[in-house]
Every structure is written in C-alpha cells, then in structure tokens.
Design a protein around this ligand. Structure first.
Ligand SMILES: [Zn+2]
Length: 253
C-alpha cells in the first residue's frame, strides 16, 4: 500500500511543470545538453522526484541554491534513465561543502599499526543515509566532459552499487545471465586496471578504480558518460555491459 502511494506521488511529481529557470541551469551542463530530446523530458521528471525526496544541506557556511540542487540532481538522474528506478532508496540527504573538506582518516601500516590523520576528500557516499559532496569539485567535474571525472556520477554510482545489498561493484542486474557476463567482464577489466596501475602505465580509466571493485564500477560509470567513444574503442566489453545496465548508448549521442 505504501508503495502504491509512493508511486502515485512520484507520478504526480514527475508531471509537475518544470520551471524555465531550471531549464536554463540544465542548459549550462554539458552532459544534459548532449542528451537526446526524449531523454531530457524523462530527465526532468526524475529531477523533480529527486528534489522532492532528497534533502540538500549546506555545510561550512554553504547556502544551497537551485543551481546546486539542479546540478547534482540532473547528473544523478542521468543514471536512472530508461530503467524502472527506486530513486536511490538508501539516500536521504546530500551534504554540500563549498570546497574539498578534510576528514579523519586511518591508514593501516603493517598488520597492527594504524596511523591516524586527516585526508582531503571531494565527496563520499555513506552506506546509510547520506552523501557528502564538495561544490568546487562538483563544478569542476560537470563542466569538463573530456576528462572522465565527475564526482556526482561517481558518488551516485556507489549508491546504485549499494542497492544490491553489498558495495561490491555489482549493481542490481536483471537475471543470472546478465550477472554472469557482468562478473566475467568486470573481473577481467578490474584486474587489468590493477596490473596497469602497478606497472605505472597510463590508463583511460582512472587508476583510483584499482582500489576495489566498487571504486572500479564508480570510475567506469564516470568514463561511460564522459568519454563513451574512447571507452567503447578501448574496452568494448566493459562498454557493452554498462550500455546494457544503464540502457543508454552515450557513444551514439
Ligand atoms: Zn568512490
């Protein structure tokens, strides 16, 4: 019953008129400009739902504006097109800092020694409830489509990964067959990136993806939307798996 009410509300929210000023913000975002027209209509509906359901909070003196909310929601919504979606069900709030922020860190040295310190972060996705983003880095990521880096796509990809119950680089897939193919391709590509990184070779995928399967999925998602043609040429199987999962073909845009 709850689900029925939620679906009904979402249908209404998606159908709301999309303000002209919001469209003006979308026009400034290279990824949104590149989307086919039909996708942009769907995107607007998803943005409305995200703005309706997620809380945006400014941190360290940051005031949340429509530009901030729309920029973040629009890129998150790009990951939802053409699929039945639950709208990142584990995510309640998005905390936005003006700049990269310092967070306490622990570094393991050997088996028994932990060095405590701080590290600078651009964003992070916590398993339950909230995501943290630095507005500086969001702007840098969304304005340049050729660098393959986009912290919003990255953090929301982690949310999709978490939906399957485990942050293991495998989001919710359609069936056993898709799952088998996904695991085969991702495993091989992940190991290849680890090896290239260990040898210091330049890679199309951000070497940060060699950290873990879940980081690999996040950086592959960034590359899929930002540098689709290159990804399709150099990693055709990986591109194909992402194309099937996202039900989008950005290389053809
Ligand atoms: Zn990450």
């Amino acid at each position: 019953m709850l689900k029925w009410f939620r679906e009904r509300r979402r249908r209404r929210v998606r159908a709301r008129a999309f303000p002209g000023e919001w469209d003006a913000v979308l026009e400034t975002l290279p990824l949104c400009r590149r989307l086919p027209d039909a996708d942009r209509t769907e995107l607007r509906g998803h943005i409305q739902v995200l703005l309706d359901e997620k809380r945006f909070e400014g941190c360290a003196g940051m005031a949340i504006t429509d530009e901030i909310r729309l920029t973040i929601a629009a890129h998150a919504a790009c990951l939802l097109l053409h699929r039945k979606t639950a709208y990142f069900p584990q995510l309640e709030s998005i905390l936005v800092y003006p700049h990269a922020y310092e967070a306490p860190s622990e570094r393991h040295i050997g088996d028994y020694v932990v060095e405590e310190g701080t590290e600078v972060r651009e964003g992070e996705s916590w398993y339950r409830g909230s995501m943290v983003l630095s507005w500086d880095d969001v702007q840098r990521g969304v304005s340049d489509l050729s660098d393959g880096e986009n912290v919003v796509l990255h953090e929301f990809a982690h949310q999709l990964d978490d939906e399957s119950g485990e942050a293991d680089g495998t989001p919710l897939l359609e069936g056993r067959r898709q799952w088998r193919n996904w695991v085969r391709v991702f495993q091989a590509e992940y190991e290849a990136l680890q090896e290239a990184d260990a040898r210091g070779r330049r890679t199309l995928l951000d070497p940060y993806g060699a950290e873990s399967p879940s980081e690999f999925f996040a950086v592959a998602t960034e590359c899929f939307f930002e540098r689709p043609r290159k990804l399709g040429q150099r990693h055709p199987e990986l591109y194909d798996q992402l194309r099937r999962y996202f039900r989008q073909d950005p290389a053809a845009w």
